[in-house]
Design a protein around this ligand. Structure first.
Ligand code: SF4
Length: 635
């Protein structure tokens, strides 16, 4: 089957300056289909267990989904798999905005970068013309300048993925941006590229791709496009992007003061409510084939930074991660912090969280004035701005924070560990004391750690969804009837539910379809199975396709078991059970999804057992021999 693959894997060795093109083998497609499937197989073969993530031996494995490059709405995903410099897990990052399309059109489904260059370089991939270029003039520059220069040189029709100064300086939570607006690289892809002296990847493809059954494909896509266009909240999503979730529920807020209190909803509303939209001028940026466009060019219309223009990977980041964490009040200051972080190549969520954490340790006397070199840490704009600069340039306290959470704990000791809201060395994004949903539980058991990877794919993102509604979702994603009993009786079991959400996510990532809410709600397992067959000409049942989603999740698990991860790492911040989140006189404890009972440690451990059981893993979280055999994975 050639369609709709690019047909090749491109290997670039930065040490040798050599390039090798290898045909994508039929056996790989048969056993792992594509997207995440083949990508994790490559990771299994190429990432040698125990390597230092910042060593030249750590490859970067880029991959596109099977449907990327077709007209399937939202089939836009570019994934990068690597051993993460921040926490040593082998996990995927996802981005959009045309990089995957261009790579596919150039004839490649995967790009594997190995080795380390002596001098700064960029990789140029224009169809069969692949070469390394001198990037000395770009080294030391931000992502905006780098991207603009490369566009000036090669034209605006190519995709540019670039790192900033944070990546060059090996900040362990630095990332890259695609076309200045789509993030790629949670866990430190920026640092990994920096360690390889790789400033950017520039891609342009002109070959196009074909699908096996054009007529059937078109028949399947038309109603999906129509559904997305007709979706009642489409306009609001386009206006608010990732802020939509907060803007939809004005009573919802987010923890601040290092996960100890909830920011007052009234105040929060000033940061993400409709009124904020009047303070910024926006125009949407969309990935190819996407009728939504959730990224923005924006301009602050008032406040201290009135007139500041920025391209935003995270509109929500401005409000929630900068605005709430540092009590900014003035929205334009959030725009400023986001603009700085994006340009330097600092990942917003982790950067704002680690600064918030440092302030907390300082207030508790765990970080002293000696360590901050006299800098007084306060929860405000000035402190955040100073530490963003210091982290990027590895100065003062910033040099310590740039090494990440685990290094901070080693440096500041046991007391510091108590206040770190991390899982497997990565900061959490969801707190079960607000709502215990599948995103929240997934943080505990997924190899990647704190940050959940399946946002918006589960209806439990929203509180109080009825069991009927959740069952309908299970039907959509192909959960077999006999498993439904285990998930829903005698009550909703979030652990068992999460397993199926993850497998569905695996399917979407084989295909490369965006998981953001307005896109993902328009797909179900039957639709994507039909799309797969129409695109590839290969007959497959929905059950078989979902089994591939399961296979990938198991493969990712065994890769990380090789790295030494096991049940001991499927842990969570103890404060989730020990202390409530506070809002005035109110206290919020970790309860079940329907908030009927408060959880104890035994309850959570039982859920972890249930998750392993649903997956067919042993008590230590290791896939059993029988399970691996059943999935066709190595023992
Ligand atoms: S919703 Fe956003 S991330 Fe997803 S395809 Fe559209 S523009 Fe890209």
């Amino acid at each position: 089957m050639d369609e709709p693959y690019g047909g090749n894997i491109l290997y670039v060795d930065l040490k040798e300056g050599s390039v090798k093109k290898e045909e994508l083998k039929e056996s790989l497609k048969k056993e792992f289909l594509g997207g995440w499937g083949i990508q994790f197989k490559l990771a299994y073969d190429l990432i040698k267990p125990g390597i230092d993530p910042l060593s030249p031996q750590n490859p970067i494995i880029y991959g596109t989904g099977i449907l990327v490059g077709t007209s399937v709405p939202g089939a836009t995903k570019m994934f990068a798999v690597y051993k993460a410099p921040l926490n040593g897990v082998v996990a995927p990052a996802a981005g959009g905005l045309g990089l995957a399309h261009q790579l596919k059109y150039a004839g490649y489904d995967y790009l594997v970068i190995t080795g380390k260059s002596e001098e700064p370089v960029y990789i140029k991939i224009f169809d069969d013309d692949v070469e390394l270029g001198d990037a000395s003039h770009l080294w030391g520059k931000g992502i905006r300048h780098t991207t603009d220069e490369l566009w000036k040189q090669f034209g605006h029709d190519c995709a540019v993925q670039a790192i900033g100064q944070a990546g060059e300086n090996l900040v362990r939570f630095s990332f890259s941006l695609i076309n200045k607006a789509s993030t790629l690289g949670k866990g430190g892809l920026g640092a990994l590229m920096g360690s390889k002296k790789l400033k950017a990847v520039v891609v342009k493809g002109t070959k196009g791709i074909r699908v096996a059954n054009k007529k059937k494909f078109r028949q399947l896509i038309n109603p999906i496009i129509e559904n997305i266009r007709q979706w009642p909240d489409r306009e609001r999503w386009s206006r608010q992007g990732s802020m939509y979730a907060w803007g939809s529920f004005p009573e919802i807020t987010y923890p601040y003061k290092n996960w100890s209190e909830l920011y007052p909803p009234g105040q929060a509303n000033k940061l993400y409510g409709i009124k904020v939209l009047e303070k910024v001028k926006r125009s949407n940026i969309a990935c190819p084939t996407c009728p939504i466009g959730c990224k923005f060019k924006m301009e602050a219309m008032d406040g201290e930074y009135k007139g500041l223009k920025a391209t935003m990977a995270h509109f929500g980041g401005v409000a929630v991660f900068w605005g709430i964490r540092f009590d900014l009040q003035d929205y334009s200051r959030g725009v400023k912090l986001e603009e700085m972080a994006n340009d330097y190549g600092l990942e917003t969520v982790t950067t704002s969280a680690i600064i918030d954490y440092a302030i907390d340790l300082y207030e508790r006397g765990i970080i002293s004035d000696d360590v901050t070199e006299g800098l007084e840490l306060m929860r405000n704009f000035e402190t955040a701005k100073t530490l963003v600069e210091q982290i990027t340039n590895r100065q003062g306290l910033g040099n310590i924070l740039a090494e990440g959470w685990l290094s901070c704990i080693r440096r500041f000791g046991e007391e510091a560990e108590k206040y770190a809201f991390i899982i497997k060395g990565l900061d959490v994004l969801s707190d079960p004391r607000m709502i215990f949903n599948s995103e929240c539980f997934e943080q505990i058991v997924n190899p990647r750690g704190g940050f959940h990877v399946v946002p918006a794919l589960s209806p439990t993102m929203v509180p109080g969804r009825t069991p009927d509604k959740l069952m309908r979702h299970c039907n959509r994603i192909g959960v077999p009837e006999d498993r439904m009993t285990n998930i829903f009786q005698p009550e909703l079991n979030m652990a068992r539910f999460t397993k199926w959400i993850e497998d569905w996510y695996g399917v979407m990532n084989i295909l490369g379809i965006c998981f953001r809410h307005p896109i993902a709600v328009n797909y179900n397992l039957n639709t994507v199975t039909e799309l797969f067959t129409a695109a590839t000409g290969v007959e497959i049942t929905a059950r078989e396709l979902l089994r591939f989603g399961e296979k990938i999740n198991n493969l990712q698990r065994i890769i990380n078991i090789r790295e030494g991860f096991s049940r001991k790492d499927d842990s969570y911040p103890q404060k989730w059970l020990e202390e409530p989140l506070k809002l005035g006189n109110m206290e919020f404890w970790w309860k079940d999804y329907y908030m009927t009972k408060q959880y104890t440690k035994a309850d959570v451990e039982k859920l972890i057992d249930d998750y392993y059981d649903e997956r067919g893993w042993d008590k230590n979280g290791i896939p059993t021999k029988e399970k691996l055999k059943e999935l066709g994975l190595p023992p």
